[in-house]
Write a protein that binds this ligand. Structure first.
Ligand code: OGA
Ligand code: ZN
Length: 374
């Protein structure tokens, strides 16, 4: 553990030199805001209010005491703060900003098919062990896809498994939603038609982060599944066709819910690809079926359509796609804002096909994984 070797003070920061040669800057407002006494011990909510100090807050005195803690006496509020050096080092934003960002995502293409067993996991392993649950969550977070094998095939029987993670994201499609062909369908999923690669519900401000398609019966001819890693396609465009990539991240498209059973008109503008604060991929929004009449500026409509066209074609390119067939007891689980999914048409007269679908927010997957790994 590095020790504090030297401290210097300037008008807005303390500069710490550590015994291993690293240097950190700690801003006065930041230090005051993060005084260890600032938080309630039970709720962990901040009770101290930074708005109660003036913008000219400064330091009257500082030292490293016998216990090795940094003591800071503030210019106002008659308060002294005591910081553990290991806490300072762990939360040092100088070093954090110096380190290279490492993406949690492992991107994949058609070659995933060669190691398909690596993304398959036994239902009971998840239900019975934390190791199984962690493995499932890691697949969902890092690869964006996992197939749960040997789940029960009774209706609604995926709840105990999903509740190992957390609660469900409810929508008007109800939980589970029934993927079965019905007369006068309100959604093209509820037909026997092919579904081109798509995400579900892109017209929500926040489309569901994850989707779980639980196969109960799949005995009809056809109805094979597909998956494509939208982040991998985005990465390809970023590296090879940058103008198209820039259009996709910068110009919002419009999506709309056209469900005739709804007494609600939901729509949302968002770009086809959005990025995180680190420039990593955050979301893909792609669905030919529910893209609305676009209303982009006339000067950019041509390039928006060319970019959409190129992106859509790559999202169906066999170089990027894996094809597989769900069997009874499989749960096709995936990041709905990264992985595009589809199916081939099936013949409803040749047999029966029934999937039950569930959604969950991305926070639930990542939050649970963070907790279990801690
Ligand atoms: C859906 C869907 C896939 C399938 O319900 O949104 O994409 O295999 N279904 O039926
Ligand atoms: Zn779908």
């Amino acid at each position: 553990m590095a020790q504090i070797e030297k401290i210097e003070k300037d008008i807005s920061d303390l500069k710490i030199k550590w015994s291993d040669g690293e240097e950190s800057k700690f801003n006065y407002m930041w230090l005051r805001d993060n005084c260890p006494t600032a938080h309630d011990k039970d709720s962990h909510h901040r009770m101290f209010n930074i708005l109660d100090v003036s913008k000219d807050l400064s330091i009257k005195d500082f030292k490293v005491d016998e216990a090795g803690s940094l003591q800071v006496q503030w210019s106002e509020g008659d308060h002294t703060s005591y910081y553990d050096p290991s806490w300072l080092r762990k939360n040092c934003y100088t070093l954090k900003n110096k380190s290279k960002y490492v993406s949690p995502y492992s991107l994949w293409n058609k070659d995933l098919k060669n190691e398909f067993d690596l993304i398959c996991i036994e239902h009971d392993e998840i239900l019975d062990t934390d190791e199984g649950l962690i493995k499932w969550l890691e697949l969902l977070h890092h690869k964006g896809i996992a197939i749960v094998k040997n789940a029960p095939v009774e209706k609604k029987s995926a709840f105990p498994l999903l509740n190992r993670i957390s609660h469900i994201r409810e929508t008007f499609f109800k939980t589970p939603f029934e993927v079965i062909n019905i007369p006068k369908p309100n959604n093209s999923a509820y037909t026997a038609h092919a579904l081109r690669n798509h995400m579900d519900l892109p017209w929500f401000e926040l489309p569901p982060g994850y989707q779980f398609l639980h196969c109960l019966v799949n005995s009809a001819n056809g109805g094979d599944s597909s998956a494509v890693d939208g982040f991998a396609v985005a990465e390809y465009l970023k590296n090879n066709e940058n103008e198209i990539f820039e259009t996709l991240i910068n110009i919002p498209l419009k999506f709309r819910d056209m469900d005739y059973t709804q007494e609600s008109h939901r729509n949302f503008h968002a770009p086809a690809i959005s990025l995180t604060k680190d420039g990593d991929f955050h979301d893909i929004r792609f669905s030919v079926a529910t893209m609305d009449v676009l209303d982009c500026h006339p000067d950019v409509m041509e390039k928006v359509y060319k970019a959409h066209h190129r992106f859509g074609n790559l999202l169906h390119d066999e170089k990027f796609q894996v094809n597989f067939r769900l069997g009874p007891g499989d749960i096709y689980s995936f990041n709905n804002r990264r992985i595009l999914h589809g199916r081939t048409a099936f013949d409803p007269n040749s047999g029966h096909r029934h999937l039950q679908g569930y959604y969950m927010d991305r926070d639930e997957i990542i939050g649970r994984l963070n907790y279990l790994k801690k």
